[in-house]
Design a protein. Sequence first.
Length: 517
Amino acid sequence: MSAHAAPETPETPELTEEEVFEQKRVRLEKRDKLNELAGDDLGGGAYPVAVPVTTTIQAVRAEWAHLEETPDSQSGTTVGVAGRVVFQRNTGKLCFASLQAGDGTRIQAMVSLAEVGDESLARYKELVDLGDHLFISGEVISSRRGELSIMVREWQIAAKAIAPLPNMYAELNEETRVRQRYLDLIQREQARINVRTRAKTMASLRQTFAERDFIEAETPMLQTMHGGASARPFITHSNAFDTELYLRIAPELFLKRAVVGGLERVFEINRNFRNEGADSTHSPEFAMLEAYQAYTDYHGIADLTQDLIQHAALAVNAGTEREGTHTVLWADGTLFDLGGQWDRISMYGTLSEAAGREITPETSVADLQAIADAEGVEVQLPNHGKLVEELWEHFVKGGLTKPTFVMDFPVETSPLTRHHRSVGGVVEKWDLYVRGFELATGYSELIDPVVQRERFVQQAKEAARGDDEAMRVDEEFLRALEHAMPPSGGMGMGMDRLLMALTGLGIRETILFPLVK
């Protein structure tokens, strides 16, 4: 049997509620029996404080895999390992079990009358259930069928499972996977791969930043004023300060304070909270990367972002048949190429081409509204910028598959961004689209405190009109800008969406414990 293969067994139906209840009752009785057998030994029973493991299931497989080439052979080496029982077959004088490590690696345990004796074998049959964590000690051998095994000489319950496992050979439905992720991790290899992929990605991002002399910072989650993005915040109350606070929607305004203070290359990977809808690409709570670099612009930040993602792809592919390439394998078997130099396209240019007429920053709101009405595009609280962006999404967004930087946005929708150096009415901003969804956004940062105040005031007027996503005037941030922030580029990227691009999964699969009703 391979390290991850399930033993052959007839497919069993899912347990009914009554059957689960009965199993729990029986298992609780076994728990009590284990505790009684332990007597005054406070370290034993159904939940011992420790068991004498000497190695891991993974290490045993790595060292002794060659035994499978010679069935019915012995290593002469005794090991002590522990794992979860995911399969068992109890016969007269010989019992078989598969123990699974946390990463899904399995090994067979053989509990025989000849090795453990009558009393121990009887107790094993009586007390050990599927789902239990079990410690075994014995010689590493190859069974008659050539399966790497441990011939058990001693065994001990490491943790008694009261609730039965679901059918290990049938897929969990999505709701169960999301709500009971621990079962998903026990049962499904893809769930375990997702966790490792995320960890590799985070490590790669930090390594790429370290190689470029960036400093990782931590900024407040609780803020007296929300800002840094256009989004509706979560509101809470501080008893200590007797004031309303906001869960942050972005770390931007604090990271820019750090740049003012001399941290010229700074980034943060942490949680953001936006009180908005949830769908296949949005979660109210999500992990976000933001980074700021002095003395560069949105072109330099685009280069950095491409490097970050491509290095993450290399990290995810390490140890696979795609090692050294930027082509990632999605969960559905699709290969997606993140390599090469990514296209950079104009928002206004591509919108004009798709709409069949020229649309510029001077195009009136009335003309844009007429196009929207003709196409059935609804825009809440429309202004020039919102209409242009909604129309661009309607006409162009769906056709983007390979990674693409969409450049130069309307000024109305990007209040923290510098005016374009040569084109009026737009700002130096890009959005990165991968797989047809927005993955990251980047800017040449607005550093003029006078213009920034004007933008904040305009945002406050939008808020007064009923725009819940508009920002307020942030005097503390303006005071920091008045001390001079160097010319800078900045970017933000959703970590959950980055995992979507690397794995082809929906957002709830990329988050270990997503928020659900």
